[in-house]
Design a protein. Sequence first.
Length: 172
Amino acid sequence: MLKQYLEAGKIVGTHGVRGELRIEPWCDSPQFLAKLKTLYWDAQGQKPVRVISSRPHKNLLLAVLEGCSSATEGDLLRGKILYLDRADVKLPADRYFIQDIVGLSVEDADSGRVYGTVTDVLRTGANDVYQVTDNDGKEYLLPVIPDVVVKTEIGEGKLLIRPIRGIFEDAD
């Protein structure tokens, strides 16, 4: 089952003296996070906090959150994780939350062979790369390109692939 509330980022410090927080986004970009008007202090969504204002700044999001009006109050929040409600976000087709990808079973689209589980998503710039770990703990790097990733079935818990030569020892 998919989690309703996902980790959005971490408060890493303050900016200025009026309680503006520096938030390291754990999503595509600070621009993505800046669109949200409500964040949450907990993974269950029971402690919402209103985003009064926000703006991207380099690779961070600068935000003023309800209840934080000074640098002193902001310093007390350093290290806190903020969550987002997946219902507040509309992802384009064929885009997924990283937290939904990690844990998928990686299977051959043609033979059904299971190669392992996605254990990490690496953001390389050109395309993402999935780290796949097999049952013996061996790790493989799988480029997320149309020639390799055939279908992502989040609800089924599967990533269907056609491996290219060299990813797995015996791939053709």
